[in-house]
Design a protein. Structure first.
Length: 409
């Protein structure tokens, strides 16, 4: 008899099914999940992916199907964050030995980095000072609906929106050039809905908490505040989230086109970048049908993996990444992990990992090797190999990628 691939954790509410065999699973994340599973509108069970770890508001690596309600913090503030990858017609033999020029070209093509100040002036390095034509054109598909959202929710008027379209951001967001097992060159990136998505997420999480107070609903954790279907904010939230998810998808598409052009400029060599493309969210809400019911599924740090559906599971900036095909496992609500998952907080990594250790771990990658990226160093994450083993009944590996260039904000 085949061994069950997941573990079942009981709670005062629905069960919690976790694909975490052989993978670190911190007690703090378990406690968050127990509270979540106790909510009265969870459909069947909560599914937990092997990259699970404590998250702000809700657990990273959680898949939450709900009936008649939605929890904004179960999606979070990086709405629509996800991955895009294209397989090019290039091979490793066509690349220069030194890839510094490739990295520099990508960094020039796509704004990235944190807000900085010098001489009393504050500048957002990760935004467009002057929106280029290709970005302005892409914004046309988003502007009409955003105008409606701004009228409904005036707090969205003073946000970074068009000036963040086609930009990377900071933290664990990245752009990479990778090689697969056949020495084909891939381009891959990770980003979401940027400043405007953050504002939407933050605003509606606050609104949900205010609703709970107004209705005298007592929760085990205020971050589990929710909108019941039919309430004042339910439809507004779903509408805003769907727009933010569109922004995130278009953001990745604009960046990828710029990355392809940047690489072409360095190599002076035309190549195809449409051999195979994947563009998938991993922080989002989706209307789906599971176990006889139409439900809202929120995935926070999880990717949909219906049978035959392509996805991306990246490792850290010094580890392998995987292009996968979903196996359509209903027990996980057709989901898989969105990456390796952290084992150290950003603060812990900065305290515990030396600059020399980070440099050794990224020795074969053209990337930043300064103290500003130590919180993203490989040892801050779970080993991607054990994460993939834990979810072998959720996805199958189609390509294995190893990065050779990594751009971080």
């Amino acid at each position: 008899m085949e061994q069950q691939a997941y573990e079942v954790m009981q709670s005062e509410g629905v069960p919690i099914k976790s694909w975490t065999l052989g993978v670190p699973f911190e007690e703090g994340a378990k406690e968050q999940l127990r509270k979540l599973a106790g909510m009265p509108f969870i459909h069947k069970w909560v599914a937990v992916m092997p990259d699970v770890h404590v998250g702000l508001g809700a657990t990273i690596g959680s898949v939450v199907p709900t009936l008649g309600a939605v929890i904004p913090a179960a999606v979070g503030v990086d709405i629509g964050c996800g991955m895009m990858a294209v397989k090019t017609s290039l091979t490793s033999a066509q690349l220069p030995e030194n890839l510094a020029a490739v990295r520099s070209a990508i960094e020039r093509a796509v704004p990235h980095g944190r807000t900085s100040g010098r001489g009393g002036k504050v500048r957002d390095k990760g935004a467009w000072a002057n929106v280029p034509d290709d970005v302005a054109h892409a914004w046309l598909g988003l502007d009409g609906q955003f105008a409606i959202l701004k009228e409904k929710h005036r707090i969205l008027k003073n946000t970074n929106n068009v000036n963040h379209l086609g930009t990377l951001g900071t933290g664990n967001h990245f752009i990479e050039m990778c090689l697969d097992e056949h020495d084909s060159v891939w381009l891959m990136l990770h980003s979401g809905s940027r400043g405007v998505g953050n504002r939407i997420g933050t605003y509606f999480i606050e609104q949900a908490k205010k609703d709970m107070e107004r209705w005298h609903i007592h929760l085990p954790d205020s971050d589990l505040a929710y909108f019941p279907e039919g309430s004042e904010h339910f439809d507004d939230y779903v509408e805003a989230v769907e727009w933010a998810q569109s922004f995130a998808r278009i953001n990745r598409e604009v960046m990828m086109k710029r990355v392809v052009s940047a690489v072409e400029g360095v190599l002076s060599l035309p190549f195809s970048a449409s051999v195979e493309a994947v563009n998938c969210h991993h922080n989002y809400v989706s209307r789906e049908h599971h176990y006889g019911q139409n439900v809202l599924v929120t995935r926070k740090g999880a990717v949909r993996a219906r049978r035959g559906e392509m996805g991306i599971i990246p490792g850290s900036m010094g580890a392998r990444s995987f292009i996968v095909r979903g196996l359509g496992n209903e027990e996980s609500f057709c989901s898989c992990s969105h990456g390796a998952g952290r084992v150290m907080s950003r603060t812990q990594a900065k305290k515990m990992v030396s600059l020399e250790e980070h440099r050794r771990a990224t020795a074969d990658v053209e990337c930043r090797k300064d103290e500003g990226v130590i919180d993203e160093t490989p040892s801050a994450y779970k080993p991607i190999e054990i994460v993939m083993t834990a979810q072998k009944d959720l996805v199958e590996v189609v390509y294995t990628l190893k990065q050779i260039v990594c751009v971080k904000g």
